[in-house]
Ligand binder design. Structure first.
Ligand SMILES: [Zn+2]
Ligand SMILES: [Zn+2]
Length: 393
């Protein structure tokens, strides 16, 4: 258990969600075990005693998340209505309390997956695993980040950015710029690959790269490779930075699909791999690709407010198409929209959701494309801000 707690502590730190030494995590073995001692352990144990959970995480977020989250706290509720797909169904409003009081936390966690303690941190929990607490924590940070930057651009347009907003914006941009600038490695395996072992090794490495470079959260992403008539794909609910043992071979004819455990985005991967001549696909939710995909320039758009799900406009971010991507085979379904959007391109963005990038024979291109497109979206975002929120024409 101790090892597991250390693992998630280290993930929170390496993914930039918390500063070193900050996370306080406990898990239930025979008894409760903490990753470190703190005077707060006793108080939090009272919380755990009243909930049917097996792990709890309490940590102050690292910047820029800390400032961003505090920015949204109004009247003791951090109300955000996330527009992106990762979090839309995941979080609604996030309860806030101004002090670490046991009854308040218990009451909140009975209704919601997390609570923010003003100026102190976020509490999340897991019912069956420590991983759940980690995923919720990471999603809370992601949701606030995306919401902050989406709102900011709109406020720039309307000329109503506050001083505080401006400060946070500058700080956050600096941090993001730094990490984007640091990504300078590419996967080492060169394709095309000839056997299962090669494919799996390359997938494990590339997936880990995308997380280590902070391009995507470990949990919300997937990866695939086509070898002959088989598609290798990461399993649903697997973590990209720990894919070994979590890759399913799915025969293209669907004969024996491990498809039950294969990624829920298997169909999107399969359709791209069948319809185009690429072999490798990477999918994740890089922040500015998601943010920019939700920007609809048509002020009169009939889907205004819902442009992240059903905007009828054909949109591009430079050469990258932004397409709808409902699950299933309907008119807006991924299998209709994605393959043509990706054809002869570096990738495509599903709006409000994430980025799919492709590689002809290995993950070198796919990874480079992911990084390049995210950098491009970040740059376009900043250009727009400079330009009063509007398109630079
Ligand atoms: Zn996704
Ligand atoms: Zn629209």
């Amino acid at each position: 258990m101790k090892q597991l707690l250390t693992k998630y502590n280290d993930k929170l730190v390496s993914q930039g969600l918390c500063d070193t030494g900050v996370p306080l995590i406990c898990g239930l073995d025979d008894k409760l075990i903490w990753n470190r001692n703190s005077p707060l352990c006793g108080v939090l144990e009272e919380v755990i005693a009243d909930l049917t959970i097996n792990s709890l995480l309490f940590a102050k977020s690292a910047e820029p998340y800390f400032s961003i989250i505090n920015y949204f706290i109004k009247d003791n509720i951090a109300t955000i209505y996330p527009q992106d797909c990762e979090t839309r169904t995941f979080l609604h409003d996030i309860p806030v309390t101004s002090e670490l009081a046991v009854p308040t936390i218990i009451e909140a966690l009975k209704r919601r997956k997390s609570i923010v303690i003003k100026d102190q941190g976020i509490v999340t929990f897991g019912i069956v695993s420590v991983e759940q607490a980690f995923i919720v924590y990471s999603s809370v940070c992601f949701a606030f980040f995306v919401k902050f930057f989406t709102d900011y651009l709109e406020d720039v347009r309307q000329n109503k950015v506050s001083r505080r907003q401006e400060e946070i914006f500058r700080g956050a941009v600096k941090i993001y710029e730094y990490f984007l600038g640091k990504v300078n490695f590419v996967p080492s395996f060169s394709g095309p690959f000839h056997d299962k072992e090669e494919v799996i090794k390359a997938m494990v490495e590339a997936a880990k790269f995308t997380v280590d470079s902070r391009m995507v959260d470990s949990f919300f992403g997937n990866i695939s490779y086509r070898l002959g008539d088989t598609i290798y794909i990461s399993q649903t609910a697997s973590s990209l930075d720990e894919l070994a043992g979590c890759i399913d071979p799915c025969p293209i004819d669907g004969s024996s699909c491990a498809g039950v455990t294969a990624s829920s985005e298997y169909v999107a991967h399969r359709d791209i791999l069948l319809d185009t001549d690429v072999k490798a696909i990477l999918h994740g939710h890089p922040k500015f690709s998601v943010i920019m995909s939700m920007v609809c320039d048509d002020r009169e758009c009939g889907a205004r407010g819902d442009c992240h799900i059903k905007c009828p406009k054909k949109r591009f971010i430079s050469d990258i198409a932004v397409v709808s991507g409902e699950v299933g085979t309907g008119f807006y379904g991924l299998c209709k929209t994605l393959p043509p959007a990706v054809k002869d391109k570096r990738g495509a963005i599903v709006y409000g959701h994430g980025l799919f990038t492709v590689g002809q024979s290995d993950f070198k291109d796919a990874f480079r494309n992911l990084v390049d497109i995210e950098r491009m979206c970040f740059k376009i975002y900043l250009d727009r801000v400079k330009n009063g929120g509007n398109y630079d024409t």
